[in-house]
Design a protein around this ligand. Structure first.
Ligand code: BES
Ligand code: ZN
Length: 645
């Protein structure tokens, strides 16, 4: 096999993005930068020379060997290059061919040095007129996107299960691809799964099982490859309303349909704010507990964690969030992972607007305040750590895992930046601006710098407004002009926590116009109010008080993962042993990183608990997706290999 020089990759890494502009527009005298030229430190792909336009996947899912055997057929636009570079990690490449199916000719390829975060470049020899590149490969144990579950790990316990998680740079671990968000592609797939199982993708989906286990998929709207997704299991569909429904294992489909009953209303509310939903269908699939996120916005099919099934619809804001990504993220996409706040900050802002529209300002404000508490704590932690610049909205993640940017800075500082702007210009003008932004940049990707200029030209200048945009985007911490949310309900919960801590009886409540007092019950308050309550309790609270709370309110037996996590953390910090059995069960079952991370972190901070945490983790690790494993390995300094003697 010939060896090719990887000069193009080095050239690519040295490219710099300038201040403007998108593909289609230009201003005289301005240097133009196309999406293909945006600097990217998390991909080897030379998309400025040759890039995928359409991808067809032929796949066979083999549950006996936990492997996908596949051909990735890339239709490329080639500007005249003799090499096409793809990203791969944990894949076994068998051969690469050029040309139409059945008329293919083998071509040479070379795999570069493996980087532990990025994987390796796969450089394929092409000629100047090549447009079809077919990569034959199989996935391996190192394919981190894939979570293969044995039947015991599913609800039904009869069929195995497989799902993928592509964001941020894991698509390359199950599809050899140009894995950078600034390239958008359409895709199609032919997938074979064992008979009796359904395959679903982030594409037009079946609602019934096929007889032969064969499924065909089409995604005709261009998306970045991190949004390609697959789930295979024993799944059932239930329609909720016009153009929306839910999938899950049959054993939980009723519960799922009940919990997400408001799906249609959410779509209507979202469309009322920012215009038509562009992806035709919006479905949600509830995956097994190991899914590392609350939700993932795969187009047309949000992936969701079963911990959202609180039984009282109180965690539905995660669905509002994933739906909101149909505009921010999926329609208008961050060009690089340094611009991640453009995806998440806009989405948290939009999520809050949807919640406000459906459930009122009170609820939306409580949600926002809970998040703001998390932001303040995280800003402090980051500022004291190795990368204080991680509190900027615009990140610099060169040489690091893009997952490091997944902090509440992108999410909540991003959202509060937009809230503050909204307050400054008024909702009416701000809505027109954001709606215009989604329209202008739909099916495109953009950088923070492009956004900054667009904001200046289309909102601030026309309204003669001075705003500290630069401080928000490229400055530390939370700027002083940040909007202040006032929530009487939130404050009341904190007051109740203070009263309880001061020894007052909070369990009998006076009700106006009634003589008798009534008992305090947990359904009198929403989840986030209880979070405010628990967070307010001092960390050295007495065990008797915690016992009393458990007796009256049964936080540990509640089955609400948000409350449970907060309660376990307080319990560990206060040395309250009664939580252990529940906490252990929880850690063994739930793989959602948002919960695992703070619990394991709290345990790891306490030398007496570290051993316990490691023991529980050793037993639970196999039940988590690689995304969560990687995070917790680091926290616990968990080393799978035996220490060298
Ligand atoms: N897109 C994210 C999940 C993600 C981000 C995966 C970065 C990989 C890399 C998703 O929309 C998300 O933000 N999920 C949150 C929901 C929450 C903020 C409402 C989660 O899972 O907790
Ligand atoms: Zn999100």
């Amino acid at each position: 096999m010939k060896i090719f020089k990887l000069v193009s990759i080095l050239l690519l890494l040295s490219l710099f993005a300038c201040d403007y502009f998108d593909d289609s527009q230009s201003e005289e005298g301005k240097k133009i930068i196309t999406n293909q030229q945006i600097r990217e430190s998390h991909s080897y792909a030379n998309i400025e020379e040759v890039f995928t336009k359409h991808l067809h996947l032929d796949m066979e899912v083999d549950f006996d060997n936990n492997s996908i055997y596949a051909v990735a057929r890339h239709t490329m636009i080639n500007k005249g290059s003799d090499t096409a570079v793809f990203d791969i990690k944990g894949l076994e490449i068998q051969k690469v061919t050029l040309g139409e199916k059945d008329h293919e000719i083998n071509t040479n390829f070379v795999i570069g040095m493996e980087d532990s975060i990025l994987g390796a470049p796969l450089s394929v020899k092409i000629d100047k007129n090549s447009t079809l590149i077919n990569i034959y490969y199989k996935t391996t144990e190192g394919s981190e996107a894939l979570d293969w579950l044995k039947p015991e790990m599913t609800k039904g316990k009869k069929f195995p299960y497989l799902y993928t998680q592509g964001q941020a740079i894991l698509t390359r671990t199950w599809i050899p691809s140009q894995d950078r968000p600034s390239n958008r592609i359409t895709y199609s797939a032919d997938v074979k799964v064992p008979e009796g199982m359904i395959a679903l993708m982030s594409a037009k989906n079946p609602t019934k099982k096929s007889k032969d286990g064969l499924y065909h998929f089409e995604m005709n709207q261009p998306i970045p490859v991190y949004l390609i997704a697959l789930a295979v299991g024993n799944l059932e569909y239930r329609k909720i309303g016009k153009n929306c429904g839910v999938y899950s294992e049959p054993e939980m489909i009723r519960q799922v349909a009940w919990e997400f009953k408001d799906l249609r209303k959410m779509i209507v509310a979202a469309e009322g704010i920012y215009g038509k939903y562009q992806w035709e269908q919006y479905d949600v699939i509830v995956l097994p507990y190991s899914f590392p996120f609350g939700g993932m916005e795969n187009p047309r099919l949000t992936f969701a964690n079963p911990t959202l099934l609180a039984g009282d619809r109180s965690l539905i804001s995660v669905i509002a969030h994933e739906l909101a990504h149909s505009w921010s993220g999926n329609l208008v996409t961050n060009a690089t992972w340094d611009d991640f706040w453009l995806n998440e900050g806009f989405t948290v802002y939009f999520e809050n607007r949807i919640m406000q529209s459906l459930y009122g300002k009170d609820i939306a404000d409580i949600l926002a305040l809970i998040e703001f508490q998390e932001l303040k704590a995280e800003v402090k932690e980051i500022s004291d750590g190795d990368h204080p610049e991680d509190t900027y909205l615009k990140l610099s993640l060169d040489g690091r895992n893009p997952d490091d940017g997944m902090t509440s800075v992108a999410y909540v500082k991003g959202a509060f930046f937009l809230k503050t702007l909204e307050e400054k210009v008024g909702r009416e003008k701000f809505d027109v601006f954001v709606k215009g932004y989604f329209k202008k940049f739909q099916f495109q990707t953009l950088t923070t710098e492009i956004f900054e200029k667009y904001l200046e030209d289309n909102l601030l200048k026309p309204n003669k407004i001075k705003f500290n945009t630069k401080a928000w985007l490229y400055g530390k911490g939370i700027p002083k002009n940040c909007i202040k949310i006032v929530s009487p309900r939130f404050v009341a919960m904190q007051k109740m926590a203070d009263n309880f801590n001061a020894g007052k009886d909070i369990f009998k409540i006076k009700v106006k116009k009634r003589r008798r007092k009534i008992d305090l019950k947990r359904d009198m308050y929403v989840t986030q109010e209880w979070l405010a309550f628990i967070r307010r309790l001092p960390r050295n609270i007495s065990i008797d008080k915690l016992k009393l709370l458990d007796k009256k309110l049964d936080f540990k037996g509640w089955g609400n993962a948000e409350i449970a996590t907060e309660w376990y953390i307080l319990g560990v910090e206060a040395g309250y042993e009664d939580i252990r059995p529940n906490m252990e069960k929880f850690l063994k079952k739930v793989g959602r990183r948002k919960f695992l991370l703070p619990i394991y972190k709290t345990l790891a901070n306490r030398p007496t608990d570290l051993k316990w945490a490691k023991d529980v983790y050793a037993e639970s690790r196999a039940n988590y997706h690689a995304v969560s494993q990687n995070t917790i390995d680091e926290i616990l300094k968990f080393n799978l290999k035996p220490a060298k003697v």
